[in-house]
Ligand binder design. Structure first.
Ligand SMILES: [Zn+2]
Length: 235
């Protein structure tokens, strides 16, 4: 499995950048995971969006789904309809804007296989319904936390992941129990507790230097890395 990082900032992009978006490739097929602001243009530089096997949304906050609105024009021109998976509990107004002519929006089933990837999800702790997503292929597992603060279900769900791609929107001194995101330190603690092999920090705030985020996480999980747009993660 190969992961192209299309965008990794939140809740808004850096200059010339993009918010949450990852292209997952396996056996010559592609899945888009999240489609935030700026993701569509970067996706076009790698593959034809009309050829995607599916789109997986962690949730429907704009920094994770906004570019689906412009992608709808592209798919309309191509005459293609794509499956879009969302948390079953979602009631976001954005969902009403996703044209049924080009998007077949549906709740995640308990388990599914797309593009030879086994996909399961787990509800996490965010102000709107949000799912962590586990993708498994050829004996390797990638777990994306989605947007979450500390969550009892996350560690067992991410158990033994080869890669944990984790929300790290704050430094720990800024973190509070009622905020919607993890800190770099808390992401690292989740990776350690889940016995993940590698940790990549994402949902990075544009206001913070990535080295500072990495250093905080590395105190608990050595070699933690903050992702950059254009990064490729191989599993
Ligand atoms: Zn969110």
């Amino acid at each position: 499995m190969k992961v192209h990082v299309l965008g990794c900032h939140g809740p808004y992009p850096m200059a010339g950048g993009a918010t949450s978006g990852y292209l997952i490739s396996q056996s010559g097929r592609h899945i888009l995971m999240d489609c935030g602001s700026g993701v569509m243009g970067r996706l076009l530089s790698l593959t034809d969006p009309a050829s995607l096997s599916a789109i997986l949304l962690s949730h429907l906050h704009f920094d994770h789904a906004a570019d689906l609105l412009v992608m709808s024009y592209y798919l309309q021109q191509k005459g293609v309809k794509l499956p879009v998976f969302v948390p079953p509990e979602d009631e976001s107004p954005l969902r009403q804007l996703l044209s049924p002519a080009v998007f077949q929006v549906q709740p995640y089933p308990e388990e599914m296989e797309i593009a030879s990837i086994r996909i399961t999800t787990c509800p996490v702790r965010h102000p709107v319904p949000c799912r962590a997503i586990r993708l498994e292929a050829e004996g390797k597992a990638l777990v994306f936390t989605g947007d979450t603060n500390t969550c009892d279900a996350l560690v067992p769900f991410a158990q033994d992941a080869d890669v944990l791609l984790a929300d790290a929107a704050f430094l720990d001194r800024e973190w509070k129990e009622q905020l919607p995101h993890l800190s770099a330190l808390k992401a690292a603690q989740a990776a350690r507790d889940a016995r993940a092999k590698r940790l990549y920090l994402t949902h990075l705030p544009v206001t913070h230097d990535r080295k500072t985020m990495e250093a905080e996480a590395a105190a608990v999980f050595p070699d933690a890395k903050a992702v950059s747009p254009g990064d490729v993660i191989l599993l």
